[in-house]
Design a protein around this ligand. Structure first.
Ligand code: IPM
Ligand code: MN
Length: 355
């Protein structure tokens, strides 16, 4: 097994180094042969190689089964040209590997619901999965650009049926394994792209008569997610809508520091990363919550290596550590533990549970 770690910027190094401890303990307990390598990515790579996704990192990605990514970005890159933005590296990574499927589980932990800005009873036991299309739509659509005197700019939201169909199919299959309820989010009252999105999802759903498919406009979905989130189980949507809705949904759980994600292609290859960003304001203070990245490791075993048992093992360990009252600063005003201590508590729990 070959895992490439790209720590990236901001809090990226701190969270990936705790996640690496988890990979090590899992590899020891389950006697797995895991080879870990590291690469430069994002702002750090811009500083060193003048590119956010330099060729030596591209090579390392090609040689790995899966990538564990920390975070990219920082205020010092706000005004640099597009090809030197850390975010451009991330988009290139997604596009070049055709990681069209982004899986973002929104799970609330009992211990964190008090920290949510939404009423506790609305979000207790929340368990939603957002499936976001990741390599098409307005993020990548051509034409795009500025006019010659920079007084006008344009982007293109564009999808073909194949691009819609492959995410719809995944979402329908996933719904079938879960509560058999799928909500597809679009803006079909205004956008042609959304009309194609809707009819294509419907066509795919014909093979899934047991799944109850519904459609919702994105503005309404944003409102419903805050007002009555438990009506949702699996949500499938296009790139930009998924970007916005997944941030919105993440605050339901109390801390964005808890939520992992997987970006997958058809070959089982995946990039796994916390959904929080580089958070430069709290970097290098040993206070960031490493749980989102540790759960991303769990998703890595689940999706790339098909080890649902290891996924469950890591998830259960995290839940038990929280249940023991161990919180990082995002979840406690006083008596919080550090990033390192959280990592140590989780690996200790992983060992205990294995016995
Ligand atoms: C995300 C991020 C990225 C996105 C940025 C960093 C390019 O917000 O993964 O949600 O917009 O997709
Ligand atoms: Mn985002």
């Amino acid at each position: 097994m070959k895992i490439l770690i790209l720590p990236g910027d901001g809090v990226g190094k701190e969270v990936t180094s705790e996640a690496q401890k988890v990979i090590n303990i899992i590899s020891k307990l389950y006697k797995l042969d895991i080879d870990i390598d590291f690469g430069y990515f994002g702002g750090e790579a811009v500083d060193k190689f003048d590119s956010p996704f330099p060729s030596q990192t591209i090579q390392k990605v090609k040689n790995s089964d899966a990538v564990l990514l920390g975070a990219v970005g920082g205020p010092q890159y706000d005004n640099v040209p597009k090809e030197k933005k850390p975010e451009t590296g991330l988009l290139e990574l997604r596009k070049s590997l055709n990681l069209f499927l982004n899986v973002r589980p929104i799970i609330s932990f009992k211990e964190s619901v008090d920290y949510s800005s939404v009423k506790k009873e609305l979000i207790e036991e929340l368990d939603i999965i957002i499936i976001r299309e990741l390599v098409s739509g307005i993020y990548f659509g051509e034409p795009r650009g500025f006019n010659s005197d920079f007084t006008e700019a344009y982007n293109t939201m564009r999808y073909n049926q194949k691009e819609i169909s492959r995410v719809a199919d995944y979402a329908l299959n996933l719904s079938r394994e879960r509560s058999k309820k799928l909500c597809s989010v679009d803006k079909a009252n205004v956008l042609e792209v959304s009309q194609l999105w809707r009819s294509t999802v419907e066509e795919n759903a014909e093979k899934f008569k047991d799944v109850q498919l519904s459609h919702m406009y994105v503005d309404n979905a944003a409102m419903q997610l805050v007002q009555n989130p438990k009506q949702f189980d699996v949500i499938v949507t296009e790139n930009l809508f998924g970007d916005i809705l997944s941030d919105l949904a993440s605050v339901l759980t109390g801390s964005i520091g808890l939520l992992p994600s997987a970006s997958l292609n058809n070959d089982g290859f995946g990039v796994y990363e916390p959904i929080h960003g580089s958070a430069p304001d709290i970097a290098n203070k040993n206070i960031v919550n490493p749980i989102a990245t540790i759960l991303s490791v769990a998703m890595l075993f689940q999706h790339t290596y098909k080890r649902v048992d290891i996924y469950e093992h890591i998830l259960k360990s995290v839940k038990l550590v929280l249940r023991d009252g161990k919180y990082t600063r995002d979840l406690a005003e006083v008596d919080f533990i550090s990033t390192n201590e959280m990592g140590d508590c989780i690996i200790q729990k992983i060992e205990e549970l294995y016995k």
